[in-house]
Design a protein around this ligand. Structure first.
Ligand code: AMP
Length: 289
């Protein structure tokens, strides 16, 4: 496994692979790798000859009051996990390599701006500018790595929908593959931010999945009214949680729904001990985002 921090070296290595006819898979991450990230690596390995993982805590997707400075950084562990899981290249740039102009003038940067209909909901409501930061860095990473396929978790549902939209609208020649949410035994979705939770909080945090499972149960028993379904299901959310949103959307149009159907997904965000957790579930469990 190679570890590179410069754009030029990364481009050159991938170019040499492409010349040899290799299919290149790409898994963008912010590091602090867990089993969820590694599941994306494994999906990539199944269908690609070479797998690139980027590790970059992207400053432009964090708001001024968010956890950029405290975000878990575990590079040595990440390297070990990547090498044990068959990664061929880690691209781990420093911020100045990605944004030579940014540190001196935050505004002096060309941005990818997803359509307002995609960002005025769910996480976009409370995280102003977040998806501009995500969209911009992902397109930059795609241009650097030039993968054939890129793998993203369905856990970040809105992010996945937005990245697919960008690739479609801007004719980006990368196939975006959505991969299932990987959960701890308790049902809590793996997340780098789980590292902020103590063991007591983790137990409480698993109640998010109980809510999502209850939603499926009520839907499968014939109830379609989201207000009714959410009210009853949210009784299972641990009382220490502060709910930010729970909403139902159509998987294809990404429009808000009042009545759930087989094409709906329900997304939730809630804070526990100051830690913001997100999760989601599709009504038709075999139909993915
Ligand atoms: P992050 O490092 O948080 O930016 O995440 C990098 C990628 O891993 C994103 O595509 C996430 O959706 C994905 N990911 C994070 N947690 C999980 C999980 N529990 N299951 C599957 N994919 C995940």
């Amino acid at each position: 496994m190679q570890v590179l921090s410069t754009i030029d070296e990364t481009k050159e290595l991938v170019k040499s692979w492409k010349k040899q006819g290799f299919i290149v898979g790409f898994v963008p991450t912010m590091g602090a790798l867990h089993i969820g990230h590694l599941s994306l690596v494994n999906e990539a390995r199944k269908v690609c000859d070479k797998v690139v993982v980027s590790i970059f805590v992207n400053p432009t997707q964090f708001g001024p009051n968010e956890d950029f400075d405290n975000y878990p950084r575990t590079f040595e562990q990440d390297k070990k996990a990547c090498s044990e899981n068959g990664v061929d290249l880690i691209f781990a740039p420093v911020a100045i390599e990605m944004y030579p102009e940014f540190s001196s003038n935050k505004k002096n940067l060309t941005k990818v701006v997803p359509p307002v209909e995609h960002v005025d909901k769910l996480c976009g409501k409370s995280r102003e500018g977040h998806f501009d930061g995500v969209a911009t860095v992902v397109l930059k990473l795609f241009n650097i790595v030039q993968p054939d396929k890129a793998f993203f978790g369905q856990k970040d549902a809105q992010q996945l929908i937005i990245i697919k939209k960008i690739c479609k609208d801007l004719n980006v020649p990368v196939e975006v593959v959505g991969c299932p949410i990987i959960r701890e035994e308790s049902g809590l979705a793996y997340s780098s931010r789980n590292a902020y939770l103590n063991s007591e909080d983790k137990k409480k945090a698993s109640s998010i999945y109980k809510v999502l499972k209850k939603i499926i149960k009520l839907y499968n028993s014939g109830c379609e009214d989201k207000h009714k379904i959410f009210k009853e299901s949210l009784e299972l959310l641990h009382e220490d949680f502060e709910l930010e949103y729970i909403e139902a959307y159509d998987l294809d149009s990404f429009e808000c729904q009042n009545r759930l159907n087989n094409n709906s997904f329900v997304a939730i965000a809630a804070r526990l001990s100051g830690v913001r957790l997100i999760d989601n579930i599709t009504m038709n469990l075999v139909k993915d985002l």
